[in-house]
Write a protein that binds this ligand. Structure first.
Ligand code: MN
Length: 263
């Protein structure tokens, strides 16, 4: 039984590009007998022979003033708010590839949101802002893909956003780079997104309303944070729709480009 389970876990590892074919260690002791196996979610770590195990995906809403205004809210008064995507919404996108990304069901207005993602190596409750960055393992470039029509419709009806934000493959992400590999944390780098070669989003991270440190601190008031939690840190203005056949190219200084094709 043990042998069977280990084999299944190995087979359950992410299917990723050959140059990113990293094999996570299978779970060992203390695993109870289960009637089936659930695939864990990992993000490859650049230049390391190990994977980052994902516990939870948090996302901050409306974290750039111009994007808050385009979504119809007042960026000067709103405290930060967060939502989650399911852990297995991660779609790993290997650098140098254009990964096929399935157009999701139910929507007629599918939007991109390019974002810096912070990944935690430790956690806690009520983390002070000035200690928050000590918990960051590394960063990646990601997309918070959104069924905008469903998000808006649910918001209008005062229902949860869930169906607009939390669905299969809604969290494309590139490899994680550790803080030491990067030579420090992100501050005011340029983040941008183009569709079919035409620039759509472009901003500096300095335009975030709430910094990554502030996000970690604020989140830790609502939930105890743990190693493996990742935080999508919000998108700048000029979000917009894509259709099948479109190619999205995301850039962030100091990280490799991320590209997907909507199919
Ligand atoms: Mn977002």
């Amino acid at each position: 039984m043990d042998l069977e389970k280990r084999t299944a876990l190995k087979l359950g590892a992410l299917t990723i590009g050959a140059s990113w074919a990293l094999r996570p260690e299978p779970a060992e002791a203390n695993t109870p007998a289960t009637p089936f196996i659930i695939k864990p979610t990992y993000i490859p770590i650049a230049n390391r022979n190990e994977m980052f195990p994902v516990r939870r995906i948090y996302c901050i809403g409306r974290n750039y003033a111009a994007h808050a205004r385009e979504m119809g809210s007042d960026p000067t008064r709103e405290p930060p708010f967060f939502f989650q995507k399911p852990t297995d919404a991660i779609q790993f996108v290997a650098p140098g590839s254009v990964t096929d990304h399935p157009y999701p069901s139910l929507t007629k207005n599918y939007h991109y949101e390019v974002e810096l993602v912070a990944a935690l190596k430790s956690g806690g409750k009520n983390i002070p802002i000035n200690q928050a960055l000590e918990h960051v393992f590394g960063y990646a470039l990601g997309l918070d893909m959104t069924r905008r029509d469903l998000q808006r419709a649910m918001g209008d009806e005062k229902k949860p956003w869930e169906i607009g934000k939390s669905f299969d493959n809604s969290a494309p992400i590139g490899p994680l780079h550790t803080v030491s590999q990067l030579g420090g944390h992100f501050t005011k780098e340029t983040i941008s997104l183009a569709v079919n070669g035409q620039q759509k989003q472009r901003a500096t991270l300095a335009h975030m309303i709430w910094s990554v440190a502030e996000q970690i601190s604020k989140l830790s008031e609502a939930n105890e944070l743990f190693p493996g939690d990742i935080i999508y840190s919000g998108t700048p203005e000029n979000v917009g729709p894509v259709v099948r056949g479109d190619v999205i190219l995301c850039k962030l200084e100091r990280l490799p480009d991320l590209s997907i094709k909507i199919i």
